[in-house]
Design a protein around this ligand. Sequence first.
Ligand code: SAM
Length: 628
Amino acid sequence: MSSAIQTAAIDWQTDPLGEIPVSRQFGDVYFSRANGLAETRHVFLEGNDLSPRLASLADQGYFVVGETGFGTGLNVLALWQLWQQVRPNNHSRLHVVSVEKYPLTRADLTRALAIWPELAELSTQLLQQYPPPLAGVHRMIFAEERFSIDLWLGDAADCLPKIHTQHRFDAWFLDGFAPACNPELWQNDILSQIVRLSGIGTTFASFSVAGVVKQGLRAHGITVTRPKGFGRKREMLKAYWAAAPSATPETQPRPAPLMSADATDSASHTPITIIGAGIAGLSCAYALLQRGYVVRLIDAIAPLAGASGNPRALLMPKLTPLSHVSEHLHTLGWLSTIRWWSVWQQQQPVIEATCGLSLSTDKQPIAFERLADYPDTLVQAQSAQQTSQQAGAKLKHTGLFLPDAALLNPAALAQVVLTHPKLAFQRASITALQPSTTGGWQLLSDTPITDAFSTQVIVTAARQANKLCPSLPRLAAIRGQISMCDAPPNAPTLPLSYGGYCTTIQQAGGMQLLFGASFIRQDDLDDLRLEDHQHNQQLLAEVLPSVAMALPPMTTWQGRAAIRAQMSDYLPLVGRVPDMHGVWVLAGLGSKGFAFAPLCAELLVAELLGEVWPVSSTLGHKLRAART
Ligand code: SAM
């Protein structure tokens, strides 16, 4: 997955029934002209017996469908519609993993989906989260629907081996163009990956009954049948993994659910305990609450009391060359945070879509030639004249304009999580975790807490994680202070990063300029310091001298200092804590907490519950808490 993703080249053919997208890359239609939706239902939904299987999912049940060739998303939307019709009223969830080598542009996808008015509501939701054409996996979460999609962009041969799951896939849509137009997708090594992700009970459906598909499945001990195809088509493929496999799949059965949120016995109400209510804790809580679990969130002081409590967080990554993007936590996390939290736009939006400019400075030189192949929809190189125009301020720096850069409002995010009916917040300083004789953990604390026992504990308490989990590698302290004052009239009109960063924000007392931040290693004091204000002013003066000159006197400034925790490799610790069964960690987010935490929390919870990982297996392993 090293090169840029090419989008689908589409020709639109018109016939009496309307428009139909045709792939120029493969010379084949995306769906049947007669009735693509009916064919999808016949071949993929009925071919996998999905109605009864989805309808009978137990509470907390998790059903995974894999697909080769996402295309226009028609199969996935038809599945989603069926899910709406048959899903049981419990906490079961449906997850799709689909791969696509040539994703449709947003404009083509919009046009293709407009063909199906009955799917309009679902198409709108899909389009809201449809990712940019960057290689790697992009998770879309439709929490209210108990439905999610992992869209892997890249060749199936590259993507499938990177998928990590403990839960075997339950059903497959073997789509892709006909083997005659696209033999690569139907090769044996792709089939072996499909088999690797499957197990006894998995079903497979395809419109194609080509010998290579039948033989490939049979070679793995999978039973293949050929019932009647759709319309005038004689047959289709329906396969079922019934017998013991000849090749042992690497997947394991899903662990028993930890608890069922709605069951009536008291044990089922046992909450998962999260220690630390910064962005890491709030993100883990949110990932569990979405899945119907009960959460107890504990903090020694208050939610957002530590490094996550600034009035706004700037979501604007330092970009990596495109060849690394599929494993780049900062870029993937940034996109995930914006995608997942933009749905919360009620009273006070969590995400403010501001756009942003990253300036090329001595402190932050930008290697433009290494970023030239990024899609324009994501990044645009700018001359000094253009950066000045964008910022509404005189700048002598070239830079990158990021249309998707945004500000996140931590207090609004905390509000969404803390007001959830299945979350209880408790104030307590946890001093140690002691193994209980009955399994699980006793929470020792300064002050007495109600129910000091928990079977599952997630530690999200920054450097306190080292104290609570002595087997973890050491997290270093980094002090950071931001400055805030009345915004001068010549303040830039969009957020800027330049080694430091600045943005205007609307506060009760009027428009403020927020800028920062100091970065002092091995300093774990959070007092407010004049020299840090001076440092922040100096950083600002290097790019916007006239704005720095126009700031009000420093005595009127406000600020906030906090200590961040960081690993020497700048990546967070995510997942199982070595030697402490039932204890999990998300810590070491450094200064990138808001970009890292939601995606890492999704990874942690996927590991805890035995689900499909939202990142590649390589990236997930890099983040393991067991590393040194
Ligand atoms: N399932 C799609 C739908 O519901 O619209 C239709 C799929 S279309 C017939 C086949 C898709 O497979 C195309 O979007 C094509 O780009 C994709 N494809 C073909 N070869 C591929 C490969 N090697 N890896 C990943 N995707 C591939």
